[in-house]
Structure formats: structure tokens, C-alpha cells
Design a binder for this molecule. Structure first.
Ligand code: C2E
Ligand code: MG
Ligand code: MG
Length: 585
């Protein structure tokens, strides 16, 4: 009895202990199941859920009761193979992992998980399956985003140059034919750069966004519109039926982009130039096509913007010619083939010549006399403008000091020079070398120079003013800015562009515009010079409007220093005669 009782006690104790162990193990399992971000599931041999861990609703949004008894294959599917086949793969009793299963959350969103499974094996064989599901939606989305970003432009959402190149190579592999060619179009926005400066980068971004929308609306779904960077875009149009289709498309794009962009209540006007190369006619290699469409774009821009041009082999020759021109420009600096001519500026108050503008000429050994329009932009692009302009500054200051007593001299400075602080030293050096009174030197800059980098420009202008020189805004009215904007810069005067003067005095609207600009300029204490005055009628009208100065063929064409000095004497006496007549009358 005693022995039996002791055995009973031991058994009860062991039983209690194993119950205890079981509860502990269950609790441990539950703790683990809840602590992990995975959800755990079990199915029977038909793959119907028989158990789902408490994590299931939190991660998937579905309730457990809704899914118990339903097949796992209805809940999710694998990327590469039927899920049921993989789970039930014969001869597998260990742990296995499967990547990338997809399911829909209760909200209907696409989600991704990795699953791992192990069959539940008893002596009777496999009685079901048990597994975990790890949610990897964030990782998959991040990777997709990286993948997307590497091929798309973040700002506009358009394909970027990487994707464009892939697309182009793909299209070229399909071997376009002369009957159904492919067009590679390089597009560059005109007048976009000042938008950022005038209206802020937010507005610039908004314009680019709208440009991409308008471009997409011009082409078919399967054509490509890509952003190359900055304000450059590429369009790839394949399977073209007629060349005229491309011409129509270009016209449409130009029209679309010429329409104003309304951003934050401002109407912003830009435009576009397009260069086109065709495959297979021009090239069948992606790199060549791109280069050719760029050359055509460059030509279109130079031809006056807001236009499009097809590539021709002569264009490439012209690019070569340009390279030769660059070399001869370098040479010309060494060989001193440049000279200055001076155009008088007539002061209405004093009725005499009060200043001259220095204008550069190039006596090319083979091409003859070249005008600034034929080489200044090349000099600007190649950086040769700095030594060239240095020579102009020094020569003009020297000539004014030595041969033009009492006259101011104005020198044109390119916008690119206005980007660097070296300009201050260069002007100071020219003044020192010539001993010219700084008050007699005037620097002419176009308004665009101030737009590129307004803060920098302002500091530079203040530093120039400190030297004692005057600042004139050249070609006012051809650029983008208003007088009230320009008031923020320390200009001493403006030169009204000749395009305004040419319609005077016949056109009423031209008269009104000029009169208003003169009025505003006076309100801002700016001296006003009218450029391109060619007729007596224009001069009379301008004098009535109290314009301060006139420059133009009527007063005098640009002349060599000697010729100018001769003419000045004659002009002075004629002017004296005129005032004499007026006082008599
Ligand atoms: P700009 O500074 O506006 O110079 C005035 C231009 O208008 C000159 O042309 C002048 O010859 C022309 N002009 C003057 N009066 C009349 C007129 O009554 N009717 C017409 N139709 N035209 C007139 P130019 O000398 O060919 O110079 C063209 C432009 O080249 C200049 O425009 C200036 O922007 C640039 N430039 C000239 N010299 C230099 C220079 O030394 N450095 C730089 N950076 N640019 C220069
Ligand atoms: Mg000028
Ligand atoms: Mg001008």
C-alpha cells in the first residue's frame, strides 16, 4: 500500500511537472509568435488554414475567422510557380523557404511576403503544413522605387537618359526602314533659364512639369518623351509613315510650348527649338543619332529659336568649320587682328556728342571684315571672350584718355564675363594702365547678365560702382525683365533697344511704349539712350519725350578713331548752328 501510494505521488508529481513544462512551452511559443513581425499559419493536407497566429490580422488586415477553413492558395500566390505544387512537393520533410508571394490586404493593396514551410509529420505520415510569412512589402516597394528612379527623372516623372538610351537601342535593333523611319528629336527650351531667377525655383519646376505634360500630349502612347536634364528633352518617334508627320508634330510642339504657362498667377512665356535626326537615313547608331540631332538643335537655336530643323551632313561640316574658326580666333588674339570703332552718343541737353560706344571688328586675313555678331558668341562659348574683352577695355580706355578729351566711352561686357569676380580686377587694371578718370568709363551689359545669378550680379555691380565707373543696361526691352525689377540693380542708365525705335514715329503703339519707358526710367533716375536712331523724325519725337541721349546712324555710324575725330568737329559745328538757328527763331 505504502509503495503504491508513493508511486502514485511520484506519478502525480511527474504529471504536474510535464503539464507545467507544456504550459511553459505553449506560453513561450505564443510569446514568440506574437513578438515576431511574421505571422504563422497551419493547414491541413488540403492546404486549408487550420490555425493563424494573432499577428495575422494586424499585418494583413484580414480577420482570422474569415480565413480559417479556406485554402492558402486563395489567400496568396507565388511569383514563379503554383503555390500548392511547391508546398506539396513530394519527398520534402524539412524546412523550405519561398521568396516573393503576393497577396491583397483587406484594403485591397498589393503586399508581398516571404514564406517558409515545414510539413507536420506524424508516424501516420504528413498531416498538414506549418509555415511563417514575413512581410517584405516595404523592401519590395523601396527596390521598385530605386529601379524606377534609376530610369526616370524625379521632377517630371519622364524617363531619364538611361531609360531613353535603352529605348533607343531597342528601337534601333528592330531595324527601322527608310519607308518607316525613326525620328530622334532633341528639344531645348528657349528663355527658360531666367524663369528660375525671376519667379523662383518652384516656378521653374512647375514649368518643367507642365512642359512634360504638354509634350506627352503631343505624341502617341508608344512614343518616348524623356528628360535629358536641365531644360533639354528627347523625343523618339518610331514607325513614321510620312516625313510630313514629323513636320506636323514639330509645329504642334512649338505651338504648345509657345502658349503661356500660368504659374502662381504669373504668365510665363518660353519656347522651344528642336533638332531632328532620322534612322536609318542619317545614322543607325544610337550615339551618332544623338549627336546629329544635337547638331541640328544647335543650328535651330542659332537660326532664331522657336523653330525646328532636320539634320543635314552640311551641318556637321559647319561644326568642323566652327572648330577652325575657334582656332583662328585664338590666332587673331596673338596677331592683333582686332580693332575698335567708335559710335557717337549725342546728348540732347548739351546738344553735342557726349560719349562714344566702343564696338569691336575683326579683320580676318581670309574672310575680310567680321562683325561682332559673327564671332562674339563663339568667343563666349570658348572662354576667349576674356582676353578679347581685356583688349577692348584697355584699348578703349587708352583711346579715350589719349584722343577723346571730355568724352565718356562705353564698353560692352558679355553676360558670361559677368559671372566672375575677375572682371573687377580687369576693369581696375585698364583704368590704371590708361589713367582714365573712372567716371568716364561706362560698362554696357544686357539685362540677361543680371538674371543668371541676381545676388552675385548685384555684388559685382556694387564693386564696379565702387571703382567709380558707370553701368548701362544695353538693349533694354529685348530681354525678360521689367524696369521695376531692374531698379534693384545700381544702373546709371538704360539703352533702349533699336527695335523700339524703328517703328517710330509712325506707329502709335511704338510711340506710347517708348514714352512710357522714358517716363519710368526718369522716375527711377536713369538716363535714357535711344539706340538705332536713323531718321530726323525719330530724333524730334525722342527729344519731345525728353529722352536724354541718341545713338544711331543719323548722328553717326561707328567709325575708326581718326575718322571719328574728324567728324566730331563737323558735327559740333552743325549742332552749334542748329542751336543758333533755334535761338534766332
Ligand atoms: P550693341 O551694343 O547694341 O551695339 C549697337 C549695335 O547697333 C552696333 O552693331 C551698331 O553698329 C548698331 N547700330 C548703331 N546705330 C544703328 C542704327 O542707326 N541702325 C542700325 N540698324 N544699327 C545701328 P555692331 O557693331 O554690329 O555690334 C553688335 C553687337 O555686338 C553690339 O550691340 C554688342 O552687343 C556686341 N559687341 C560689339 N562690340 C563688342 C565687344 O567689344 N564686346 C562684347 N562683348 N560685345 C560687343
Ligand atoms: Mg552696346
Ligand atoms: Mg544695344
Amino acid at each position: 500500500m505504502l509503495k503504491k501510494a508513493r508511486m502514485y505521488d511520484e506519478n502525480t508529481f511527474l504529471l504536474a511537472q510535464s503539464r507545467h513544462a507544456l504550459t511553459a512551452s505553449e506560453r513561450r511559443f505564443r510569446d514568440v509568435a506574437e513578438a515576431t513581425t511574421d505571422w504563422i499559419w497551419e493547414t491541413d493536407t488540403d492546404l486549408h488554414f487550420t490555425w493563424l497566429s494573432d499577428r495575422f490580422p494586424g499585418i494583413t488586415g484580414h480577420s482570422i475567422s474569415a480565413w480559417l477553413g479556406r485554402p492558402v492558395t486563395a489567400f496568396m500566390e507565388a511569383d514563379n510557380q503554383p503555390l500548392a505544387e511547391w508546398i506539396k512537393l513530394p519527398g520534402q520533410t524539412g524546412h523550405r523557404r519561398l521568396l516573393h508571394c503576393r497577396y491583397l490586404s483587406a484594403m485591397g493593396h498589393q503586399r508581398y511576403c516571404h514564406i517558409a514551410i515545414k510539413p507536420v509529420v506524424t508516424p501516420e505520415g504528413i498531416v498538414g503544413y506549418r509555415g511563417t510569412a514575413t512581410d517584405v512589402t516595404l523592401e519590395v516597394e523601396a527596390q521598385a522605387r530605386v529601379e524606377y528612379l534609376s530610369r526616370h527623372d524625379e521632377l517630371t516623372g519622364l524617363p531619364n537618359r538611361v531609360r531613353m538610351r535603352e529605348f533607343l537601342e531597342g528601337k534601333l535593333q528592330a531595324l527601322p526602314t527608310p519607308e518607316h523611319p525613326l525620328a530622334m528629336m532633341s528639344l531645348d527650351l528657349d528663355k527658360f533659364k531666367p524663369v528660375n531667377d525671376l519667379f523662383g525655383h518652384g516656378a521653374g519646376d512647375a514649368v518643367l512639369h507642365e512642359v512634360s505634360t504638354r509634350l506627352r500630349s503631343c505624341v502617341r502612347d508608344y512614343d518616348l518623351v524623356a528628360r535629358q536634364g536641365g531644360d533639354e528633352f528627347i523625343l523618339i518617334i518610331s514607325d513614321i509613315q510620312h516625313r510630313s508627320d514629323i513636320e506636323l508634330l514639330c509645329n504642334r510642339i512649338i505651338d504648345e510650348l509657345a502658349r503661356p504657362f500660368v504659374i502662381n498667377g504669373n504668365e510665363i512665356f518660353i519656347g522651344a527649338s528642336i533638332g531632328i535626326a532620322m534612322a536609318p537615313q542619317d545614322a543607325v547608331d544610337a550615339g551618332e543619332l544623338l549627336r546629329f540631332s544635337d547638331i541640328a538643335l544647335y543650328k535651330a537655336k542659332n537660326a532664331g529659336r522657336n523653330r525646328w530643323m532636320f539634320y543635314t551632313p552640311e551641318m556637321a561640316e559647319q561644326v568642323v568649320q566652327r572648330r577652325e574658326m575657334e582656332n583662328s580666333l585664338r590666332d587673331a588674339l596673338k596677331k592683333q587682328q582686332f580693332r575698335l570703332v567708335y559710335q557717337p552718343r549725342y546728348g540732347h541737353n548739351s546738344s553735342r556728342i557726349i560719349a562714344v560706344e566702343a564696338l569691336i571688328r575683326w579683320e580676318h586675313p581670309e574672310l575680310g571684315l567680321l562683325m561682332p555678331e559673327q564671332f562674339i558668341s563663339l568667343a563666349e562659348e570658348t572662354g576667349l571672350i576674356i582676353p578679347l574683352s581685356d583688349w577692348v577695355l584697355k584699348t578703349a580706355c587708352h583711346d579715350a584718355q589719349q584722343s577723346l578729351p571730355g568724352l565718356s566711352v562705353s564698353v560692352n561686357i558679355s553676360a558670361v564675363e559677368f559671372q566672375s569676380w575677375g572682371l573687377i580686377d580687369r576693369v581696375r587694371d585698364a583704368l590704371q594702365a590708361s589713367q582714365l578718370d573712372p567716371a568716364r568709363l561706362e560698362i554696357e551689359i544686357t539685362e540677361n547678365a543680371t538674371l543668371w545669378n541676381p545676388e552675385n550680379s548685384l555684388e559685382l555691380m556694387l564693386a564696379l560702382k565702387k571703382l567709380g565707373v558707370k553701368l548701362l543696361m544695353d538693349d533694354f526691352g529685348t530681354g525678360y525683365s521689367s524696369l521695376s525689377y531692374l531698379r534693384n540693380f545700381p544702373f546709371d542708365g538704360i539703352k533702349l533697344d533699336k527695335s523700339f525705335i524703328s517703328d517710330m514715329p509712325e506707329s502709335d503703339s511704338a510711340n506710347t511704349i517708348v514714352e512710357n519707358i522714358i517716363g519710368l526710367g526718369k522716375a527711377f533716375s536713369l538716363s535714357i539712350t535711344a539706340e538705332g536712331v536713323e531718321t530726323e523724325g525719330q530724333l524730334q519725337k525722342l527729344m519731345m519725350m525728353e529722352c536724354d541721349e541718341t545713338q544711331g546712324y543719323l548722328i553717326g555710324k561707328p567709325l575708326s578713331l581718326t575718322a571719328l575725330r574728324e567728324q566730331m568737329a563737323a558735327l559740333d559745328s552743325a549742332a552749334q548752328e542748329r542751336t543758333g538757328q533755334q535761338s534766332q527763331g
